[in-house]
Design a protein around this ligand. Structure first.
Ligand code: ARG
Ligand code: ZN
Length: 870
């Protein structure tokens, strides 16, 4: 762990490094009690004049030997985690031999042990735990890596690039040497040593080169790699067709690791994945998981261009690669499956996680201006809002020019470390548009709000829309300038038909996009004989909050007939949301008829796909409700949501039952959009049916669980039972599940999270679960299953005792010493304490204070806790 006082790093302070590293030669000798790393760095002065000191980042290493051009380095010092020495030449080879201890590395950054294998995670700043280096993304070198280890224990030795040599060594040891000819920053370095099995395939690129594809896993996971391999081939093909991007090395490898801080990592030619994000089988992976794995495999593969060939100049540019790559993987999933459904899910995700982030103490721009610990900025804002910003550029320039801009970007900056400005400049150049104002999306935090008013004039047959945009202050930014906001729109007549638009605004008739750039804009629409119903922000054309007070009849028309399925979804969700919040505040004492009208329209709509129908019938989640409330009374919110759920369950019990039964299928499992949609809708109707309270429904759920030949049906059955009050049945099924699946890591992770998120859970039950043989505080997936599941279980986390807050704080304090990056993530559930009722807010605040009072606080936890308390 780092012990230095944390310093704030600022974008405005960026300067180029004093030296470049042009080639990096590594020998990594793995031994049981330590690993020896020998590096040879070819270094060159950047610029001329007097030679400045060379500063190399390095932590947790023991220096054995150092030389410059074979002469021992005697004169150096070490401060602020940097080794500082004075070169006497402008070009030289720096060599260092150091010892590190991967077995004791619980931070899972740098080189560490995951189960039986060694692996690495270097983004953002893990390479400095492996060897002394200028560990910053603008320093790009070619790499040669030789790994040596015991042959019996570690028969597989991998690194970036192409394999060039392998052989035997004395004492039962062996080695392998890899060479990566593409320059890259150190954060893309990777190496793996293990007893791994692999599945092979090949891909022929569009220019006819044959690439070997290999997926490696520990033996117990061998049967779960096929789906990822198929996903990889689909990704490679799609990136050639949609973005003109071809793969460049002779080999592409993926390794599955059971201990991993995040989802996966795009190391050049050697992607390392969290096992949960790559290993799939129908018995152990739900449909959601299959879709997520396909998307993550694609995401990491797409980084080979958007991230690796063209990388980030500094970490403030993180969204350059992440926003763009999330956008790219989103397009991929939309093309593979169902575009509308993908959009609905993405927007739902954004509103559930990113809007609250923008609305809380950790709000930051897509391009942050400063940080203490960069690991804290791998956020939904940088990733998902960043992808929305790229999506808006696409909307503004159109598909064809967007592709041209992307081609220009890759061509112009290949092999370079660049900025978000460079990316936007390419889009400006190909389209001739000026994006100066647009770039506020990168620099201003917070979700803009658009307040809309309408007026119809029957005399002149005109209709007016007035848009007023505003954005609440966020930490460090009290005033916001107007954003450029693309509004994809239609005007509908009373039957839901789209009318032709003739207006005086900045409206593009080809794309049906109206662009707003002023604080206030009034647009007049001509030639309308009756008042239209405006369908605005179609497909969520901008990440904004919309306030539009309009007649209920208009909202009902959109919720039942808008031809844009996304907007229909959005209108229905608005009705559910208003209903729940009004029940909670006491403004309503019963569910209004409008809800029945939209639910019936959705239930009876024969045109809708099962998947879309399910999205229309699902109630808003707690994070969404919380984000839309000014003050939060947790238990009233629970009661209100439950009241609506109950109402729908009872009112439509016959439909839920018949839907559940008619959607059953005995066909063999198939993962595709249609089948996943069927299972999704069946799972949802089963939940409503069980909620209505009959034993028949509960028996059906248990039978579905017991007879399941795939994980989706199994979870549908089990979750429905876990939501009931049949304690005996719940217990029996959980015991049965564990007995059957205790040797399967992914299934055990699910088992843990079901108990903390799918049913009511108390702090004492959590403590017991953490004593269970299946739990391991050093394993991030297990921690996320238990603590993450609990923190997302609104009813239990915010129960009347408030014990959950203190419990979470204690876990963060313990984790701080084990894995700071993971620990810091669990501060978020407490950060909105100011918006809860005063008594509850105090309890949450005191939990945060407890965290801040922990000794030896990591910069990760310190930064998050300080912000949350500010
Ligand atoms: N670049 C990886 C991805 O999004 C994520 C790496 C995150 N690592 C970290 N230390 N925060 O594909
Ligand atoms: Zn990424």
């Amino acid at each position: 762990m780092r012990t230095e006082t944390p310093v704030t790093i600022r974008l405005k302070d960026y300067t180029q490094p004093d030296y470049w590293i042009t080639h990096t030669d590594l020998v990594i000798r793995i031994h049981d009690d330590h690993t020896e790393v020998e590096s040879r760095l070819s270094i060159e002065r950047n610029g001329d004049g007097e030679l400045p000191p060379l500063k190399l980042d390095g932590v947790d290493q023991t220096i054995i030997e150092m030389t410059i051009d074979d002469v021992a380095v005697e004169d150096y010092h070490y401060e602020h985690e940097q080794l500082i020495l004075q070169p006497s030449k402008a070009q030289f080879v720096f060599r260092a031999v150091t010892h590190i201890h991967p077995n004791e590395n619980t931070s899972l950054e740098g080189l560490y042990k995951s189960g039986t294998m060694y692996c690495t995670q270097c983004e953002a700043e893990g390479f400095r735990k492996i060897t002394f280096y200028q560990d910053r993304p603008d320093v790009m070198a070619t790499f040669t890596t030789r790994i040596e280890a015991d042959k019996a224990a570690y028969p597989v030795l991998l690194a970036n690039g192409n394999p060039i040599e392998e052989g035997e060594l004395e004492g039962g040891r062996h080695f392998a040497t890899w060479h990566d000819p593409f320059v890259k920053p150190a954060y893309l370095f990777a190496t793996v040593a293990g007893d791994l099995v692999r599945q092979d395939d090949t891909f022929v690129t569009r220019s006819g080169r044959e690439v070997s594809l290999r997926i490696f896993a520990e033996k117990h996971n061998a049967h779960k790699t096929t789906f990822a391999l198929e996903s990889l081939k689909r990704s490679m093909k799609w990136d050639e067709e949609r973005f003109g991007r071809e793969y460049d090395l002779d080999i592409f490898m993926i390794v599955a690791s059971d201990f991993f801080n995040m989802g996966a990592m795009e190391n050049k030619g050697l992607n390392i994945f969290n096992s949960a994000a790559v290993l799939a089988s129908e018995e152990t992976s739900s449909d959601d998981r299959f879709e997520r794995i396909e998307a993550i495999v694609a995401h990491e593969y797409f980084h080979n261009w958007s991230g690796n060939r063209v990388t980030c100049r500094d970490w403030f540019q993180l969204s350059l690669k992440e926003g763009f790559t999330v956008f790219r993987d989103g397009e991929f999933t939309a093309d593979m499956h169902d575009r509308t459904l993908k959009r609905i899910k993405d927007v739902d995700f954004l509103k559930n996680y990113q809007f609250p982030e923008d609305n809380g103490p950790n709000a930051h721009p897509v391009q942050p201006q400063e940080y203490i610990e960069i690991n804290n900025f791998y956020t939904v804002t940088v990733y998902e809002k960043g992808a929305e910003v790229v999506g808006m550029l696409n909307t503004l320039v159109g598909d064809e020019l967007f592709r041209q801009g992307s081609d220009l970007y890759f061509e112009r900056f290949d092999g370079m470390a660049v900025t978000t400005d460079d990316f936007v400049a390419c889009m400006a150049e190909v389209s001739g548009q000026d994006f100066t104002q647009f770039k506020r999306w990168y620099t201003q935090a917070g979700t803009p709000q658009v307040d809309i008013e309408q007026a119809f004039d029957a005399q002149t047959n005109t209709y007016q829309l007035t848009f007023k945009q505003s954005c609440k202050p966020t930490p460090g930014q009290s005033e916001k300038q107007p954003f450029v906001i693309p509004v994809r729109m239609a005007l509908l007549d009373q039957s839901g038909q789209e009318l032709t638009i003739d207006c005086d605004g900045d409206f593009n008739a080809d794309t049906q996009v109206l662009t707003l750039s002023q604080a206030e804009t009034t647009v007049t629409f001509r030639g309308l004989s009756e008042a239209p119903v405006a369908s605005l922000f179609r497909d969520f054309s901008a990440p904004v909050r919309v306030r539009f007070d309009r007649p209920e009849a208009d909202v009902l028309l959109l919720a039942t007939r808008d031809p844009n399925a996304f907007n229909r979804f959005d209108a229905i969700q608005q009705i559910y949301m208003d209903t729940i919040l009004s029940l909670a505040s006491g403004a309503f004492d019963r569910v209004p008829d409008a809800v029945n009208a939209v639910v019936e329209a959705a239930l009876n709509d024969a045109e809708l796909s099962h998947a879309i129908k399910a999205t229309l019938l699902r109630l808003p989640t707690y994070p969404l409700l919380v984000d839309n409330s000014d003050t939060i009374d947790a238990q009233r919110l629970v009661a209100a949501r439950d009241q609506l759920l109950n109402h729908l369950a009872v009112q439509y019990v016959d439909q839920w039952q018949s839907m559940t039964q008619s959607l059953a299928s005995a066909d063999p499992y198939r993962f595709d959009a249609a089948e996943a949609g069927r299972r999704e809708l069946q799972g949802l109707s089963l939940q409503y049916w069980v909620k209505a309270g009959s034993d028949e429904a509960l028996n059906y759920a248990e039978a579905l669980y017991r007879a399941a030949n795939n994980q989706t049906d199994r979870l549908n059955g089990l979750s429905a039972v876990l939501k009931s009050d049949d304690a005996g049945r719940k217990e029996a099924l959980l015991v049965h599940y564990y007995r059957q699946w205790k040797d399967d890591t992914q299934m055990v992770e699910n088992w843990l999270s079901l108990q903390t998120s799918a049913t009511d859970v108390s702090v004492s039950q959590l403590k017991d679960l953490m004593q269970h043989e299946a739990f391991d505080l050093k394993n991030p997936n297990k921690v996320r299953s238990v603590l993450g599941g609990f923190a997302g279980n609104f009813k239990s986390f915010h129960d009347d005792t408030g014990e959950g807050y203190q419990f979470l704080a204690e876990q963060v304090a313990t984790l701080n010493a084990i894995n700071p990056q993971v620990a810091a993530r669990f501060i978020k559930p407490l950060e909105n304490w100011k918006r809860f009722s005063p008594e509850r807010g105090e309890m949450m605040k005191s939990a945060l204070s407890h965290i801040l009072a922990t000794e030896d606080l990591s910069p990760d936890v310190l930064e998050m806790a300080q912000k949350a308390l500010a």
